[in-house]
Design a protein around this ligand. Structure first.
Ligand SMILES: Nc1ncnc2c1ncn2[C@@H]1O[C@H](COP(=O)(O)OP(=O)(O)O)[C@@H](O)[C@H]1O
Ligand SMILES: [Mg+2]
Length: 257
């Protein structure tokens, strides 16, 4: 059995007057340590899929197992990183980063030192006593990464975590997140509408089509692109080839809609 298995998932959002089918016939499996991207236009159900994986709500039908268990938003198995950092403005960076451990009853000297050491590793030494508003957008997202990593989750769910950043900061953060997840052997699912980001970070790309959200195609990122950092991927010939292929596929999808 794979680390993460999604079988025949469908999801509807209901309102008093209508039902929106957000996902249909979604099945896939992910091996431990794999990095997957869910790519597709706005409204194709990416966030819905990620929220279901996070255990925020169950799918209307179908089943999911993560490390042999059903998704559970309260478990330590899963870490979530979003477009907005959701750092608490009234807490210091250190308090923000240790919050998850505290809530889980796992805050002790050792876990605290590990979390603070990680903060140093990612270039945030010295900001421990500062408040989120004193940090740049890129630094805040790095702090959000530190908070996510502090509880040592096995699976990281990343919902467009770089999309609110300027381009240069985004590229730097892609490298940082990629290398961190590789070093710590994490499994990751990244939601993005950025083809370049999907190619440069992932092992496989699930291209979603919309209305209802389905997996239209799966792309294996060539080996030669998987072993280099996201920044360096962009200068390879193979990058342009797969970019063109996915671009055309997306254009076909739009024409058929
Ligand atoms: N809470 C909600 N209530 C009703 N409809 C929703 C809700 N969230 C998302 N949807 C609808 O479900 C579909 C998929 O949305 P979403 O998962 O947010 O897509 P994506 O993240 O790919 O942009 C869209 O048609 C969206 O309008
Ligand atoms: Mg979304």
């Amino acid at each position: 059995m794979s680390f993460l298995e999604v079988k025949q998932v469908a999801h509807f959002y209901f309102s008093p007057s209508n039902a929106t089918k957000a996902l249909e016939d979604i099945s896939f499996s992910i091996k431990e340590g794999e990095f997957i991207s869910l790519l597709g236009p706005s409204g194709c159900g990416k966030t819905t899929m990620l929220s279901i994986l996070a255990g925020l709500f169950p799918p209307t039908s179908g089943s999911i197992t993560i490390d042999h268990e059903a998704p559970d938003a309260n478990s330590n198995l899963i870490g979530y990183m979003l477009q907005q950092d959701y750092l608490f403005p009234w807490k210091t960076i250190e308090e923000n980063i240790l919050l998850g451990l505290k809530l889980n009853g796992r805050l002790n000297e050792e876990t605290k030192q590990t979390a603070l050491h990680f903060l140093k590793q990612i270039g945030l030494e010295g900001v421990e006593k500062q408040f989120p508003r004193q940090l740049s957008g890129g630094m805040r997202q790095r702090a959000a990464l530190a908070r996510t990593m502090a509880v040592n989750p096995k699976l990281l769910l990343l919902d467009e975590p770089f999309s609110a950043l300027d381009y240069q900061t985004k590229l730097k953060l892609e490298d940082l997140v990629f290398e961190t997840l590789l070093d710590y052997k994490k499994t990751a699912v990244l939601v993005t509408h950025d083809i370049g980001e999907a190619i440069s970070m992932s092992d496989r790309i699930f291209l979603f089509s919309a209305k209802p959200g389905r997996i239209h195609k799966v792309f294996d990122v060539p080996r030669e692109l998987r072993d280099v950092t996201p920044f360096d991927v962009r200068s390879k010939d193979a990058y342009n080839d797969i970019f063109q292929t996915i671009w055309k596929e997306l254009e076909n999808l739009e024409e058929n809609n």
